[in-house]
Every structure is written in C-alpha cells, then in structure tokens.
Design a protein around this ligand. Structure first.
Ligand code: ZN
Length: 85
C-alpha cells in the first residue's frame, strides 16, 4: 500500500493551463470570434474589457489583431474618430 490514488486530480491542472499563469489572454482565433462584439461594446461606451476579458491584453501584444480592431471600428463608426476629412 504505497500508492494512494487521488481521485479527482488532473482537472485542476488542465484548467490552470487553459487560464494561463496570469491574466487570461485570447488566441488570435478567439480574438477574431469576439472582435466585432468587442468593437460594438467599445463604440457604445460599454465596459468592453470587462465583458471580454483578455482582449485588451491580446491586442496590446498582437499588431495584426490591433489593426483588425481599428479597421472594424472605423467601418462601424466612421464618424467617431475615423479620420480627418
Ligand atoms: Zn491576434
């Protein structure tokens, strides 16, 4: 009797890996899935970062998604700082 089994172990480890060590950060794929909703929230002055946690962290580290975010925002709200006329 030297190998006590620990039932229920393993799930926590998987969850920790999914959530990451610190703040949650989206992958580009997840980012694109929620990007339009995130932009709509931002335009509506909703707390977009609260509703879509991890998005800002991803945008800060991913120029490609940041560009996509700006072009989508310019598309959805052209009058709102979309550019000089
Ligand atoms: Zn990205």
């Amino acid at each position: 009797m030297s190998e006590p089994t620990a039932p229920g172990r393993g799930g926590d480890e998987l969850l920790a890996r999914l959530l990451g060590p610190g703040t949650p950060e989206l992958t580009c794929e997840e980012c694109f899935e929620v990007l339009d909703a995130y932009v709509e929230l931002a335009i509506a002055a909703e707390p977009a970062d609260e509703r879509v946690p991890g998005m800002r962290a991803h945008l800060e580290g991913c120029p490609a998604c940041t560009e996509e975010y700006h072009s989508l925002r310019a598309l959805l709200a052209p009058e709102e700082g979309g550019g000089p006329r």
